[in-house]
Ligand binder design. Structure first.
Ligand code: ATP
Length: 364
């Protein structure tokens, strides 16, 4: 393994399987020591990208760099990279300690007991060393798989849906754990997932992939608050997107029209400033009233078609006069009585909570 440290870079990385392009001209930088998530639907090319970083798949074109070193043509075992898969792939006949020690023993390291202890401690598995994998739960096996990879001190740890086999509660718990461990060891993590909440919870940077390309890359908060495209707005959480058209500008605001009503959106919240656009507002940024709309708010009237109690909030569906259903999350902390289905309501929002996204002509 090389001692070279640095950012992970993909430059124009492409993978074709016959005539099919699975990964299409990917260029990105993962800063050293950061937690990076590749997020996308099944088949968008996430695993293929990961396998090219690991050296398990050869790019059709492009380069993979680690620091100043071009590793594109290095065999997998020569790369300072380890992978943790969804199937933990622990050796069933070896004890937990021997599983964790595996990489060190293969490299001829003789004194490894302390390091194994440290690693088991890091993943909160102290005292489990003598057991066999079959005597552990799925979550515990996943922790051991992590320890087994981290003991090699890779520059980059690749995680391919590592929490995919865990139940939801354990999965949420492990997300917090993984983030803690990553911060503690300071190794670059590249995590593949199709779970947007998982990506947003853990990663410093999320890359949303779509059909072999990166649709948008950025910090989770920024991408959620002000997505770059309708695809990202819908993939990261839920969005209400109204087909609208820009009609002009007044000071710092853009004037748009959607279904015969005029709205304003700050120009700073627009990814497209003319022509056909999507006017977007997140469900938790929408409010409901049966009375007065607060001054300065934008609004639309509608009819409640569904209300679903979700514990911390209630999700309402409100049918607007033009037929779209708007999704509204109302926190359950308030004292207001729930709205019943078929109630007439006004949906309202602050202009600065809306955003405008490009809408190719004809897209509705
Ligand atoms: P998932 O979340 O389902 O694992 P993914 O985003 O990781 O999906 P990939 O496994 O990278 O997707 O696959 C991307 C595309 O490339 C898919 O359409 C897949 O069928 C195709 N593909 C992957 N490996 C091969 C292969 N060896 N030969 C032909 N096509 C392949």
């Amino acid at each position: 393994m090389t001692e070279q440290q640095g950012d992970l870079q993909l430059i124009g990385v492409t993978k074709r399987f016959g005539a099919f392009t699975a990964v299409d001209d990917l260029t990105l930088t993962v800063p050293r020591g950061s937690f990076f998530a590749l997020l996308g639907a099944s088949g968008c090319g996430k695993t293929t990208t990961l396998r090219m970083i690991a050296g398990l798949e050869e790019p059709t074109a492009g380069q993979v760099l680690l620091g100043d070193q071009d590793v594109t043509n290095l065999r997998p075992y020569k790369r300072p990279v380890n992978t943790v898969f969804q199937s933990y792939a622990l050796f069933p006949h070896l004890s937990i300690s021997d599983n964790v020690a595996f990489g060190l023993r293969r490299r001829g390291v003789k004194q490894y007991a302390d390091q194994v202890e440290q690693m088991l401690h890091l993943v909160e598995m102290d005292g489990f060393g003598k057991r066999k994998p079959s005597q552990l739960s799925g979550g515990q096996q996943q922790r051991v798989a992590l320890a087994r990879a981290l003991i090699n001190r890779p520059q980059v740890l690749l995680l391919d849906e590592p929490l995919g086999a865990l139940d939801l509660k354990l999965r949420r718990q492990m997300q917090v754990e993984l983030k803690r461990i990553q911060t503690e060891v300071g190794i670059t993590f590249v995590h593949v997932t199709h779970d947007q909440e998982e990506a947003m919870t853990m990663a410093d940077t999320v890359a949303v992939m779509n059909a072999g390309r990166i649709e948008q890359l950025g910090a989770p908060v920024e991408m959620y608050d002000f997505p770059g495209t309708a695809f990202v707005a819908n993939f990261l959480g839920q969005s209400n997107l109204l087909a609208a058209e820009v009609h002009g500008r007044s000071g710092d605001d853009l004037l748009v029209e959607a279904y015969g009503t005029r709205y304003t959106v700050p120009a700073a919240r627009a990814r497209a400033a003319e022509g056909t656009v999507w006017l977007g507002v997140r469900p938790e940024k929408l409010h409901l009233t049966t009375g007065e709309v607060p001054s300065g708010h934008q609004s639309a009237t509608g009819l409640v078609t569904d209300s679903s109690y979700m514990g911390v909030s209630t999700q309402y569906l409100v049918r607007a006069p033009w037929g779209d259903e708007l999704t509204v999350f109302v926190p359950n902390s308030g004292v207001a009585a729930p709205l019943s289905v078929a109630s007439e309501v006004t949906v309202h929002w602050r202009p600065e909570h809306a955003f405008l996204l490009p809408r190719p002509a004809g897209e509705t």
